[in-house]
Design a protein. Structure first.
Length: 167
């Protein structure tokens, strides 16, 4: 089987997008001194959305502020993305991946959220960036995040998210 240039380029693009996903997790989980690192993974007019909460964060400045708020209100949060699917179409791409979040607290590590991301990506030079990232959380997972001990840990974050709710 001969692999043509388009096939090899699409494979390279998929690898670069998977690299973007890794950078996203490390930036939001560990670059707490500079939330601009996370915001820089989005296009200038990129958006991060949580449809179930009507949260829409648009533009790098607001994305940076949102990242700082997340890191301030729910420290110890860790994102794990798996089962990545990417479709490339020139300088644009779409993708989905599963999301599992873990919350580190002195008494233990909680598996606090399960859901998925739906993404739109844009190529900028040699890099891929998020043009749009939506996070979807099934109702059962939402109940875990808002109830009991985990809900107590998430309360400040959920209150903070209301600042970004549309409508």
């Amino acid at each position: 089987m001969a692999l043509d240039e388009a096939y090899i380029q699409a494979a390279a693009d998929r690898i670069m997008i998977q690299d973007l996903l890794g950078r996203y997790a490390f930036a939001i989980d560990y670059d707490t001194h500079d939330p601009g690192v996370w915001a820089g993974l989005f296009t200038e007019d990129g958006t991060f959305e949580i449809p179930v909460m009507k949260v829409v964060v648009r533009g790098r400045d607001k994305l940076r502020d949102f990242a700082a708020g997340l890191q301030r209100t729910i420290p110890g949060l860790h994102h794990v993305m798996t089962n990545v699917m990417v479709d490339v179409d020139g300088d644009r791409a779409t993708g989905k991946c599963e999301l599992n979040e873990f919350l580190l607290r002195p008494e233990g590590i909680y598996n606090n959220l399960q859901g998925w991301y739906e993404d739109e990506y844009a190529r900028h030079g040699a890099r891929w960036l998020f043009a749009r990232r939506q996070v979807f959380v099934p109702r059962d997972s939402s109940r875990v995040t808002t109830g009991g001990r985990i809900g107590e840990y998430f309360k400040a974050y959920l209150d903070f998210c209301r600042e970004y709710a549309q409508g």
